[in-house]
Design a protein around this ligand. Sequence first.
Ligand code: ZN
Ligand code: ZN
Length: 483
Amino acid sequence: MGPARSRAPPPPTPVPLTMPHLDPIPEADEVLFLPLGGVGEIGMNLALYGHAGAWLMVDLGITFAGDRFPDYDVLMADPGFIERHRGRLTGLVLTHAHEDHVGALPYLWKRLRCPVYATPFTAAVAGHKLASAGLDLVPLHEVQLGARFPVGPFGVELIGVTHSIPEPNGVLIRTPVGCVYHTGDWKLDEDPRLGRPYDRARLESLAREPLLAMACDSTNAVVPGHSGSEGSLRAGLREAVEGCTGRVLVSSFSSNIARLITTARVAEDTGRRFGVLGPAMQRMLGFARATGYWPADLPALVDARHLALLPPCEVLAACTGSQGEPTAALARLANDSHRDMLLDPGDTVIFSSRVIPGNEAAVERVQARLKAIGVSLVTDQDHQVHVSGHPAQTELEQMYRWVQPPLCIPVHGTPRHLAANAAIALACGVPRALEVRNGDVCRLTPGGAEVLGTVPTGRLAAQPRGLERVPAGILADMREHGR
Ligand SMILES: [Zn+2]
Ligand SMILES: [Zn+2]
């Protein structure tokens, strides 16, 4: 026998460098899935479902470019394809009120002009955004969690889940050809501290529906274990506050009403007075009150000016700015430029949040200034003061076992997250996973699924003169930096 010769690897399966460019009109014997944003990236979600000559849109979000791209603050998916087909667009269903799902509504509605469907809290947030943009006459239909309603040829059902904002819902999209379950953002929180529990019975019963696919949140697919429960944070936050002698500020996302309620409870637990700094958070709190999510038994909030006059050891305030946003309350406090309050050495800031990738530098700047004042910083490295709103691996596994879709389409993630989610689905017995990208036209039928081709995609940036297309060079640069 001669010396072993290394064998040449088999030639790779040829992959067409470019898929055919399409301008699809959905047929009656198929469901098309066509994401224009949010797949291969986190943020600016925009998904389209097509059937029998009509399109249904799920979510219309933005993303923030971060300080690497200061000229492109607010970004959104270019809706050009559906704008051209707007006569076929039967409606927009919103899964929840986070910016990456509703933020583009005031920018893009005029180009789409379709009815909008949302649960009461989401409708309150969306309605405010539209009114602020002078769009008072948008047909915004308030629907209840669990509601089933027709939108063109689609039957739509909202399924209550848990996340990090009131009233998150998955969307079951029903057609005569079959159904798709679009999960929206979700986690399995046994103690969400607010609103209804996730609708476990309905999620389990999805396995008996004629499902074609499940389009599933991939944000935390690389995170082992469980995301943790909002209910677990009261003890951790209390622990973090108990040792403090000065003022305590808790910085979190404005829309996380459960977190605000927990923070208010911790103020009660530790004998402090509670207030809220930052107009965005005050506005969200107003929506929570108006839709019945703010507990009536909590003591009245102390306004910022009065908080500032109290002895520091009696103050606990929730505030905006956990991502280092330069105009938010926390950055102003760090710069000694807040209208109502000045921080002193011995005060504490608790970051009840996670730094969104890309915002690290901005957060570090604010933290350095706080430290320079002599303020102590607490993060989730020190105490249990934050849980994510997205499913980690055991929750994804549980969901796949309940729903048992014939096909998983990972969405809401970078390529790494999408691949991890697909692997989990396959390991849980889902027969197939389709890793698609923005612009891919996926044909779903009871016989199987295939990517037919692509439609053009891109990004628009909100500029003083209006919306402008982000040039290709900048777009490539953004992708390289995970934006
Ligand atoms: Zn969300
Ligand atoms: Zn999201």
